[in-house]
Design a protein. Structure first.
Length: 260
């Protein structure tokens, strides 16, 4: 099984992970080593973080600057034995046809899913993008993100979520949503379409989100930002004469083996 047929089979497996008793916990990687490390520790699927991909290249997130870096990373991670979902910002274009073509490129590189955000732009434009992706990349799991809580006060969430579901999205992502009552109500509104939320420190734990009906929990840029923080903590500890050995530190050999 090769090419598009292999991707289709993997996409079906990825979709099935959204129909389990426990939510799919999707950690987000930013390079080969981070994705490989997560997979070796039992995660069957890995997402990417647009912030991590952009920042690692010295670019800003959310301004369509990291299109090529996203494609290159997809090609690198698509060869790993884990299922890959790519955070593609808003598809890097307002033109639905261009977004569909980009999604097809991701699929050709091994991705089985795409995360597509609306940025609180026009609903009909995001609907057109979803439909274009469905047409250009059949089988690719489309996780349609609405930024009603990320960039706004939550107004219009249910209407956008239903519109994206009806356009063919396989799942709906609402980052910033943490209120249990609102989460449960949105799960009911979506009528079986998997709801994805972003884990937030201090917010509901994974088991609680599962009880509310959430089917996918993403970590977003948290692992990347924690990695930066851990690196800074280690350097500062050495400079200040403290022990820098705390925390989880893979050995040199363990990191080398990830390249295999």
């Amino acid at each position: 099984m090769t090419g598009i047929h292999a991707a289709a089979g993997s996409a079906e497996t990825f979709a099935a992970l959204h129909r389990q008793d426990r939510p799919l916990l999707l950690p987000n990687a930013w390079d080969h080593a981070s994705a490989a490390l997560l997979h070796t520790h039992g995660f069957p699927a890995v997402g990417t973080t647009s912030l991590g991909v952009a920042a690692a290249a010295g670019l800003s997130d959310g301004v369509r600057a990291a299109r090529e870096e996203t494609l290159q990373l997809a090609a690198t991670l698509g060869a790993l034995p884990c299922l890959l979902s790519v955070d593609a910002e808003d598809g890097f274009s307002d033109d639905p046809g261009e977004v569909g073509a980009f999604a097809a490129e991701l699929q050709a590189r091994g991705a089985v899913g795409i995360n597509l955000e609306d940025g609180l732009g026009p609903v009909d434009r995001h609907v057109a993008k979803i439909r274009a992706v469905r047409a250009a990349a059949p089988g690719l799991f489309v996780n349609a993100r609405t930024d009603t809580y990320w960039l706004g006060d939550g107004d219009g969430t249910s209407g956008r979520a239903r519109a994206y579901r009806d356009a063919g999205a396989d799942g709906v992502f609402v980052p910033g949503l943490t209120d249990p009552g609102v989460i449960a109500a949105l799960v009911r509104d979506l009528e079986g379409c998997p709801l994805n939320v972003l884990y937030v420190p201090g917010g509901p734990y994974l088991a609680r989100l599962g009880d509310l009906g959430v089917r996918r929990v993403s970590l977003g840029s948290l692992p990347y930002r924690r990695a930066l923080g851990a690196a800074l903590d280690a350097v500062m500890a050495v400079r200040e004469g403290r022990d820098a050995g705390e925390g989880t530190v893979p050995s040199y050999r363990e990191v080398q083996e990830l390249a295999g």
